[in-house]
Design a protein around this ligand. Structure first.
Ligand SMILES: [Zn+2]
Length: 94
């Protein structure tokens, strides 16, 4: 299983679960993700590493930008309401 760390909290995120739940879907540069531990909104770069992403920068040039923003914000709220998976604090985490 491919994993990559969250740049904010260090939680190892798998790179194989897509919203369409298709097992062969792989991330591409520019794809968005969210840390399941801290709720940080993330984007895959050219090396398929994750970088923090500001949802406000999502332009209307992206298909369904408003819906994407709404769903990512909703997912982030659910994660924040649930609390951290990793209870120990990491540098840069909150
Ligand atoms: Zn995180």
């Amino acid at each position: 299983m491919l994993t990559t760390p969250c740049p904010k909290c260090g939680y190892l995120l798998e790179m194989t679960t897509a919203l369409n739940n298709h097992p062969d879907t792989k991330p591409s540069e520019g794809d968005l993700s969210i840390c399941l531990d801290c709720g940080e909104i993330l984007q895959f770069n050219a090396l398929l590493a994750l970088e923090p992403f500001d949802l406000a920068s999502l332009t209307d040039q992206v298909t369904n930008a408003d819906e994407c923003r709404r769903l990512m914000t909703k997912a982030q709220k659910i994660i924040h309401d649930r609390g951290r998976i990793n209870k120990k604090k990491t540098p840069g985490g909150d």
